[in-house]
Design a protein around this ligand. Structure first.
Ligand SMILES: Nc1ncnc2c1ncn2[C@@H]1O[C@H](COP(=O)(O)OP(=O)(O)OP(=O)(O)O)[C@@H](O)[C@H]1O
Length: 219
């Protein structure tokens, strides 16, 4: 059974069709790069996949079950989502990383947090640092660590490296590849088609709200 199924998805606003008749299956372990011109609907597709928005028609399934049949918290725990501009709040890095646990009234899993900091090449000293004093690349890495604390099976990434310099981008891309090798299924919107092809096993191309191709990447 596919991990995610998109079935005849349409998304329209009052005056526009933004996504039209999108159907595709995502298999567990896939690393899918999503490419297409600006405005083609890439971010909208990720927002649908993360259940931030709902389709105008069509269905989204996770493990064979309709999104609408899951308690919202269950999907959020299993499907992580990270944006281009990280949304961290004022306070320390630990405050931010503890937040997903706080809202579930559980204690932070420090072993898990430490392992993720290692993956993103950050020392434990970062935990006491104030978020406002971090660089853009550091903030993005902390946002990714926060997204991964409950080990979501699916990770949705919306241009997480496009605002970063090459070194930071490369570091994050390496961590993505490692997470994928550990079993995380990844859907990543990227402008850099060559890099997208380099890391992904599948390439999905959108144009004007339509799926124009969904192919295996031949390495
Ligand atoms: N809630 C909304 N209301 C109105 N229009 C919207 C809404 N969400 C998206 N759009 C429009 O739908 C189109 C697709 O937007 P989307 O952000 O998904 O594209 P994208 O491929 O991610 O673009 P980019 O590469 O520039 O980020 C755009 O023209 C956008 O303006």
């Amino acid at each position: 059974m596919p991990l995610l199924e998109f079935k005849k998805l349409n998304y329209r606003t009052q005056d526009r069709e933004i996504l039209r008749n999108i159907s595709l299956d995502v298999e567990a372990g896939d690393f899918i790069s999503i490419v297409g011109p600006s405005g083609s609907g890439k971010s909208t597709l990720l927002k649908l996949a993360s259940h931030l928005i709902s389709p105008s028609s069509g269905d989204m399934l996770f493990k064979g079950k309709n999104y609408l049949d899951y308690p919202p918290g269950d999907l959020r725990k299993n499907i992580g989502y990270c944006f281009q501009t990280p949304h961290l709040f004022t306070g320390t890095v630990l405050d931010n990383l503890a937040f997903p646990y706080d809202i579930r009234h559980t204690k932070p899993d420090l072993a898990r947090i430490h392992a993720l900091l290692d993956l993103f090449h950050m020392s434990r000293g970062y935990l006491s640092r104030e978020v406002h004093a971090l660089s853009g690349g550091e903030k993005q890495r902390i946002a990714l660590v926060r997204t991964m604390v409950f080990m979501p099976e699916v990770l949705l990434l919306d241009e997480v490296t496009s605002a970063l310099d090459r070194d930071n981008a490369a570091l994050i891309e390496k961590a993505m590849v490692d997470l994928n090798a550990q079993g995380t299924t990844i859907l990543s919107v990227t402008h850099k088609i060559h890099q997208g092809k380099h890391y992904a096993n599948k390439l999905l191309t959108l144009d004007q709200g339509k799926l124009v191709s969904f192919q295996e990447v031949l390495q």
